[in-house]
Design a protein around this ligand. Structure first.
Ligand SMILES: Cc1cc2nc3c(=O)[nH]c(=O)nc-3n(C[C@H](O)[C@H](O)[C@H](O)COP(=O)(O)O)c2cc1C
Length: 171
């Protein structure tokens, strides 16, 4: 699919078919993540690839009972690793770049899912400690986003956006 079509046709998917995602597609998503830019090329984040139903359920509960997370056959969790960026960039790396690195990585993953005919929804509403417990992440990693991935079982329509006139200030 053309890049602009991919972007325009992507919608959050919160219902998934009971079908596994092929390993080749998962690998394409992971490779796409690895192409994402990061501050100083430090890639100050960790990606968790979650398959087990037990852990997907724990993530759904950690995300304030957003149960569609557990229905996706595979779930990606993006955690910022501030210390990795702090080594080179100090406080700015720790407080900003690591979060941005993880965010960009998740955005790349979400676009890759659309290109591959898969669906995903960015989940940012969760209890950080509960997410860490669900995936066994250490205390110095900051969960940034949960991305449940699977074949869509819904076809949501267009969601409203601000006008470019409002969004962009040409200075
Ligand atoms: C930072 C962030 C946090 C979000 N958190 C949630 C969430 O916790 N649960 C959810 O269902 N959707 C969540 N979303 C998805 C948005 O609701 C969705 O992207 C937005 O409504 C636009 O719809 P679209 O993705 O279909 O274009 C989040 C998106 C972002 C970028």
């Amino acid at each position: 699919m053309d890049f602009f079509d991919t972007v325009a046709r992507r919608h959050s998917i919160r219902a998934f078919r009971d079908v596994e995602v092929e390993r080749e597609k998962i690998d394409r998503i992971l490779e796409t993540i690895n192409h994402a830019p990061s501050a100083g090329d430090l890639q100050a984040y960790q990606v968790y690839l979650v398959h087990s139903r037990r852990q997907r359920l724990a993530l759904a509960h950690a995300a304030l009972d957003q149960m569609f997370i557990s229905e996706a056959p595979v779930v990606l969790v993006f955690c910022a690793t501030p210390q990795r960026s702090a080594i080179k960039y100090g406080q700015r790396g720790e407080q900003l770049y690591a979060l941005q690195d993880a965010t960009i990585a998740c955005a790349y993953a979400q676009l890759a899912t659309s290109t591959l005919g898969l669906g995903a929804a960015w989940v940012g509403s969760f209890d950080e400690d509960a997410v860490r417990r669900a995936i066994g992440a250490p205390g110095d990693e900051i969960p940034i986003a949960i991305l449940p991935v699977g074949y869509p079982a819904e076809a949501p329509g267009w969601t409203p956006r601000r006008s470019l006139r409002d969004l962009v200030r040409e200075v």
